[in-house]
Write a protein that binds this ligand. Sequence first.
Ligand code: ATP
Ligand code: MG
Length: 446
Amino acid sequence: MREIEITNEMKIVFDTLNNAGYECFLVGGCVRDFLLNKSPNDIDFTTNATPDEMKECFKNFNVIETGIKHGTLTVIINHKHFEITTYRIDGEYLDNRRPENVIFVNDIKNDLARRDFTINAIAYNPSIGFIDCFNGIDDLKKGLICCVNEPMQRLNEDALRILRALRFSAVLDYKIEPLTEKTCFKLAHLLKNISVERVVTELYKTIIQPNGHKIIFDYIDIWGVVIPELLKMKNFNQRNPHHVHDVLKHTCVALNGAVKDLVICLTVLFHDIGKPDTFTLDEKGNGHFYGHALKSVEITRNIFERLKIDNFTKNQVLTLIKYHDLDLQPTEKYIKKLCYKLGNLEMVKKLILVQRADNFGQAPIHNERIEKFNQIDMIIKKIEQENLSFSLKDLAVNGNDIMNLGLSGKEVGESLNFLLDSVLNDEVKNEKELLINYLKKNKLNK
Ligand code: ATP
Ligand code: MG
């Protein structure tokens, strides 16, 4: 663990408050991340100055009253943002999420006691050093996520902490301390009271981690409170020679093999969620899942709408789920058509990544498929390098060119699609004059 490096801007914050007679510490995620040699997301300070006193101290600085009611002021120095919050304790929690009010206090120890996990409850300043009343540094060394004080009380106050525990366990590859973990399971039902936006943030941050798959698998009963549809995959035996894993295990192994991109990971997480609903057995006793890709799309669409997932992410994921088991052909013609079908080449690349992950989750892994994916990657490179035509906007003619031939209304779109198909089928080159002549000859009989 290294020394905490104090930048000039951080020094200005310390000096400004100290010179006015107030205490000031770095606290929370930034101290944790500094100790782990990671760069922190944000730099948070805590002080015994009240919000009004802080405002007075920083009156010559650019400040934003971020959450002044909760004691937080953002000071901007050299374009860098620093959140400074008055030492506080939380008032009563009535809704398993937010305190009714906050109470400003004078002792930093009380402020540290309201924080979620010991590793997030360490404070530091250059003159005093670390304040670590809950042995967070020890837990950092042991790799443990442990509630500050009684897990039962702390997770009950704010159930979001359950998902934060899972997320930190994924991000840091730490274990959750046994009593904290047991309490997470016990109180998981309270997650129903947490806003979907907060749930989604924690899910996103979890699944893109290298060991996010473990956190999904080990804590599926907790995720299942917010996404009950996931639970059907658990222990669902596929009875199929391509699979030795049940549906959930397969999904998590595939997630392990997936590139750590949000759209890819979301697709992999939900790609087989329709399997339990489409299961049939043939006369030999083998399981089949005809139409499961479309069923997975339907279920995932419902989940995403409930979780208010943005349309851009949703549309990409649903398209990739729909085609996740498409038998891709390693030919240029086929890949160009696929571009058209999926919208663009980027989506084709994503589909290959999804299929690679899916293959990784199957046992045995099919090496011939890996060979095919490699061939397709080469084809994609060639298409990119040669900038070959593959969608309407890449066609060397546009709507105006077609109208100049005397066509109008629906005929314009039809003609463009006809030409695109012809280019994709290698019947005509993508050059304006050739395309116009081709259209005249084949559609307009001129
Ligand atoms: P990140 O890397 O995601 O920024 P972080 O630990 O900094 O992680 P923040 O959400 O930025 O997390 O919160 C800053 C600090 O505030 C935390 O380190 C923790 O001390 C405290 N905190 C945040 N959320 C909670 C919560 N729900 N309950 C208790 N303390 C919390
Ligand atoms: Mg933070």
